[in-house]
Design a protein. Structure first.
Length: 288
């Protein structure tokens, strides 16, 4: 394990470009977990009594009214985005990238919607939140590129949510001030997605000019087509690249799947570090 982390540290030192792909495993290692069943039972007894057992489990849930969905999302987002402070593990990662490796160009792509990168002071232009985040609302009718901050709406929803029905009143359902259509949270297919994706792809193109170190941190199989598979493809296609997969295995869990294995065709350019992201990042700080 130490040997692999030392290899990663040396590769980071040698690289011209560092590409980081961060999934839920990074925030979990930092202390923000969606799998906490005790917290779920306490905070969402209505849903716990109906067979749901974690916030993670709710991501795929569809069998609710729109009023229940907003009541849940308001409280969930309040916890994840507003009650949780900026987490120190992200600060440590920032120290590594911004203070220890000052001569490297780096870029981050993340599926996390918790804003931990930007809340910890990472420059927004270096963070591609490809699923968007929990901060804004946008029009379901796509009549405008305008977005609206969710926080004031969220606070109103939480203030009047009915715990017996786990619902908000229908009168609080948010609507577009432009066309009157319902609003939705601006994640997945949000208005600035295309522009941000183009900037990310331009960075990838530019990184072909030097040695690239790829670090995949805590990425499972929720949406493998965005980080996991493209990272493997980049590794396969390029010669001047090293790929590191940092993830813990969950052999007993049916929900959390995060195989640390590396596909054979890229094995010679890759290294799997089957360890908690927090441990690896703290070890890196010592070595850099
Ligand atoms: Zn609209």
């Amino acid at each position: 394990m130490q040997e692999q982390i030392a290899l990663l540290a040396n590769t980071m030192k040698q690289a011209d470009y560092i590409l980081i792909g961060a999934g839920a495993g990074l925030s979990a290692a930092a202390g923000l977990s969606f799998a906490d069943e005790k917290l779920f039972r306490k905070r969402y007894p209505y849903w716990a009594e109906r067979g749901r057992h974690s916030e993670y489990h709710m991501f795929s849930f569809r069998d609710w009214t729109i009023e229940q969905q907003w009541a849940y999302m308001a409280d969930h987002i309040s916890r994840v985005r507003f009650e949780t402070p900026p987490l120190p593990l992200y600060q440590t990662l920032k120290t590594i990238l911004e203070e220890k490796l000052t001569d490297k160009e780096y870029m981050i792509i993340t599926s996390n919607v918790d804003c931990q990168f930007t809340r910890n002071g990472f420059p927004p232009q270096k963070v591609f939140e490809y699923q968007g985040n929990y901060d804004n609302l946008c029009c379901t009718n796509q009549c405008t590129q305008e977005i609206w901050p969710f926080q004031p709406v969220m606070e109103q929803m939480i203030a009047v949510a009915n715990p017996i029905t786990a619902s908000i009143p229908s009168s609080l359902l948010p609507h577009c001030s432009n066309c009157g259509a319902p609003l939705r949270l601006a994640f997945r297919d949000y208005p600035s997605y295309n522009a941000e994706k183009i900037a990310y792809q331009q960075w990838l193109k530019q990184s072909e000019q030097g040695m690239l170190c790829i670090m995949e941190i805590g990425v499972g199989f929720n949406s493998p087509g965005v980080i996991r598979v493209p990272f493997e493809r980049i590794t396969q296609e390029r010669s001047n690249v090293k790929f590191f997969r940092i993830t813990v295995d969950y052999p007993d869990s049916e929900e959390e799947i995060a195989y640390p294995e590396i596909p054979k065709p890229i094995a010679d350019k890759s290294c799997s570090i089957n360890a908690d992201a927090g441990f690896v990042i703290h070890e890196l700080l010592k070595l850099l």
